[in-house]
Design a protein around this ligand. Structure first.
Ligand SMILES: [Zn+2]
Length: 239
């Protein structure tokens, strides 16, 4: 206790501060997000995020080469498909935009880690992160049927050469379901990097512009977490 304990001793010199600093951010910690669109030679700036572009696969490959040479270890791919439907076909089809982009990047820059966002909101006609019944305009996503689509999506992404699966839709049981499906399909070595604590928030606005994934009706509060609940986000407190 004070006066024996004087934590400022460790703050007096810049080199000592350097030595005891707990958190250091360098290029090893970075993941570069890329938004893939169909077509060729396309670079469409996202209006709400200066310097962020929707890119066609050829442009994604160019960008991935730059990213790799800058020492950034990984990219994460989001896809904007040509067509959207109720089953999110573009997410899990082997010719989906993320599958094409992943295969092209892995061929051009095999050492760059490719992560795939594994969600359905970019691919559903209504913009929600899962499956819902045609006549249900409340945006109440059906959890378990959505897991089936996420399993198909993850397997298809792994097949395309994706190194890490990143599910983001906040469905109950989604990590376990995807793990079981990947293992059964022979992808035991593919890690899952889940956005396991994701809050319903308007901070996602610019991202939704980039990924063209705003819900057409309702909101995501029945599946993303309530931002008032910090304890719920902590491992061990989840139910
Ligand atoms: Zn989503």
């Amino acid at each position: 206790m004070f006066p024996n304990h004087r934590p400022r001793r460790l703050r007096n010199h810049p080199q000592i501060r350097r030595m005891v600093r707990e958190t250091v951010l360098n290029t090893n910690d970075l993941i570069y997000p890329l938004f893939a669109v169909p077509g060729k030679g396309i670079a469409e700036e996202v209006s709400s995020m200066a310097g962020v572009y929707q890119l066609s696969v050829d442009k994604i490959v160019e960008e991935a080469k730059d990213v790799y040479h800058l020492g950034i270890p990984a990219i994460i791919l989001f896809g904007i498909p040509e067509d959207k439907d109720l089953e999110a076909t573009g997410a899990w089809h082997d010719c989906g935009i993320v599958q094409k982009a992943a295969a092209a990047v892995k061929q051009a820059v095999p050492e760059l880690i490719v992560i795939a966002d594994t969600c359905l909101c970019e691919y559903t006609s209504h913009g929600h992160c899962g499956y819902l019944q045609v006549d249900d305009l409340t945006g109440r996503v059906l959890n378990d049927p959505t897991l089936e689509l996420l399993k198909k999506t993850a397997i298809s992404q792994a097949k395309a050469g994706v190194d890490i699966i990143a599910p983001s839709g906040m469905m109950d049981g989604f990590v376990g379901a995807i793990r079981t499906a990947l293992d059964a399909a022979g992808y035991q070595d593919i890690p899952i990097m889940s956005y396991a604590a994701k809050y319903a928030s308007s901070y996602y606005g610019p991202f939704r512009d980039a990924a063209d994934s705003s819900p057409q009706f309702g909101d995501r509060r029945t599946y993303q977490m309530d931002s008032a609940n910090a304890r719920e986000a902590t491992p061990g407190n989840r139910t």
